[in-house]
Design a protein around this ligand. Structure first.
Ligand SMILES: Cc1cc2nc3c(=O)[nH]c(=O)nc-3n(C[C@H](O)[C@H](O)[C@H](O)COP(=O)(O)O)c2cc1C
Length: 210
């Protein structure tokens, strides 16, 4: 079947896109408003887009009534955000941030999470998260109706000590991070436990197998 998205309304486009672009990593964003109040919310329209320069992207839609989500309003106001990664252990705490709390309510407190100071930006990290990026806003793509794609430059990467295999060589124990991704529908997730290895092939190896 074929679906012309220009003929579908936004909610129907999300059904198709959310169900096919899977699993999506979850950027659990901590932002701060101009008064210094923190906000935490998960976003799965998120990914790292370039290692050099180190850039991430996050897509934030609006509330049903075209009002900014708090994360978007905060990024526009203070131009900084922390991306925290979500492991299986923290899944329920992450889910608290997906609920619709008003501005000025700290989802960190609601979920019983511990803020840890960032090094180069004001919003804190989530101490319970196994890895996180301190980011500054580099570009804003306005999508209309209070929706945005924010492109952030990663300034600092944090990884819990016990998640490193060899810090000098920058080897991370990725399976130990136990990160989750978002799948289809409102409540399906995937764990990163079903792994397989497939070494990259050279052109000669591909041709030899023909
Ligand atoms: C796992 C997960 C992923 C989500 N991904 C997105 C997303 O990519 N974009 C978005 O606008 N909302 C997304 N949401 C919904 C927001 O987290 C939700 O609207 C939240 O209340 C926004 O909070 P804020 O107003 O504090 O920014 C997601 C929710 C969950 C639970």
């Amino acid at each position: 079947m074929e679906f012309d998205l220009s003929e579908l309304k936004g909610t129907d486009c999300s059904k198709l896109l959310n169900s096919t672009t899977v699993p999506r990593p979850i950027g659990w964003l901590v932002t701060m408003d101009a008064e210094g109040r923190t906000n935490a919310a998960p976003f799965s329209y998120f990914n790292v887009m370039s290692p050099n320069p180190p850039m991430v992207c996050v897509g934030i839609s609006s509330r049903a009534d075209d009002i900014h989500k708090d994360s978007a309003a905060n990024i526009l106001a203070t131009k900084q955000f922390v991306v925290n990664f979500v492991n299986y252990e923290n899944r329920h705490k992450m889910n608290v941030g997906g609920a619709d709390f008003g501005p000025g309510i700290s989802e960190l407190e609601k979920a019983g999470l511990t803020p840890a100071p960032s090094t180069k930006i004001a919003p804190p990290r989530i101490a319970e998260s196994p890895a996180g990026y301190e980011c500054e806003l580099a570009h804003t793509v306005e999508l209309g109706n209070s929706r945005y794609i924010f492109v952030g430059r990663v300034l600092v990467v944090h990884i819990q000590d016990e998640m490193m295999l060899d810090a000098e060589r920058l080897y991370v124990d990725t399976p130990k991070l136990d990160l989750i991704g978002r799948m289809h529908g409102g409540g399906w997730y995937a764990r990163t436990t079903d792994l397989f290895e497939m070494p990259r092939l050279s052109k000669d190896e591909v041709e030899a197998a023909e």
